[in-house]
Write a protein that binds this ligand. Structure first.
Ligand SMILES: C[S@@+](CC[C@H](N)C(=O)[O-])C[C@H]1O[C@@H](n2cnc3c(N)ncnc32)[C@H](O)[C@@H]1O
Length: 261
């Protein structure tokens, strides 16, 4: 199913079912700027997905294309580890960017600490039915395993500036990425997107320093993205969503790293 129909069935439907006062509070909570703590109310996860998921998908899809990532070939297996996955944003972008035959070669692993994001993401994956080899929300990054022949892509879509990302999270991400580099024979890739106005700060910079010290980064490109902002029209959640295009573009900082032993 296409995302615009899934959006109406899953996200708009639950957003429209909230009481007006709950919607107002979720919409007007000051200074959140997309930051979501694991104990924030479900309505915050809903409002973020409602307002921004379409945009984050558009941006990731463009980064994926600009990075010239080779889609998995016949007999190849690509493991995508989506950290701070929200409601499975990267899975939707891959579904839109690749044919079903290529999606069948992908194991999509989503990790997100917010229970409502996990719930929405599982519903999005089910309705999308993208044909991935597997598509799972994992409880802990310790669950991720690699095989020698697998290709691996780590994704961080709008997660680098979350206030709840701690130095211990960044250590854990670096260890996992180093483990992927050690356990596989193929180059490991990483793509991130984040808001450009926060340039000069963010977890991706600490992660880069750690992986550089471990001498596993081979190439590192910044990716320039020009994507028009799109927002939901006021939805009839029984139909496919149509989107209101803004004249502005998303202001994005994005990167693509290639890592190996
Ligand atoms: C702005 S949303 C982006 C969601 C999704 N990746 C997207 O692009 O639509 C940030 C996500 O990061 C998650 N998050 C916050 N702290 C995190 C942490 N320490 N580790 C992993 N994810 C985290 C939040 O639960 C939230 O879903």
């Amino acid at each position: 199913m296409d995302y615009d129909t899934v959006f109406a069935k899953v996200i708009a439907k639950q957003w429209n079912a909230l009481a007006v006062e709950e919607q107002r509070q979720a919409n007007t909570k000051p200074n959140r700027q997309g930051r979501l703590a694991p104990d924030d109310p479900d309505s915050f996860a809903l409002v973020d997905s409602y307002n921004y998921q379409r945009g984050h998908i558009d941006v990731f899809e463009e980064v994926y294309k600009q990075a010239n990532h080779y889609p998995p070939k016949k007999y190849e297996r690509l493991i995508v580890v989506d950290i701070g996955a929200g409601a499975a944003t990267v899975a939707v972008a891959l579904h839109e960017a690749l044919s079903r035959t290529k999606c069948k070669r992908i194991d999509y692993l989503a990790f997100d600490p917010h229970p409502m994001m996990q719930k929405l993401g599982k519903q999005v994956l089910k309705h999308l039915d993208a044909g991935f080899r597997t598509a799972t929300y994992i409880e802990s990054l310790d669950e991720v395993g690699f095989t020698r022949a697998a290709r691996v892509l780590f994704t961080f879509s709008y997660v680098a500036h979350q206030e709840t990302v701690t130095p211990s999270d960044i250590n854990e991400w670096a260890s996992l990425i180093k483990r992927a580099v050690c356990d596989t024979d193929r180059a490991v890739e990483l793509m991130y997107t984040t808001a450009a106005k926060l340039k000069g700060r963010g977890a991706h910079l600490d992660l880069y320093r750690k992986l550089s010290r471990a001498k596993v980064i081979r190439k590192c490109h910044s990716v320039s993205v020009e994507v028009q902002r799109r927002f939901p029209n006021s939805v009839d959640s029984k139909r496919k969503e149509t989107w209101r295009k803004s004249t502005e573009h998303w202001q994005v900082e994005a990167g693509h790293w290639i890592l190996s032993k």
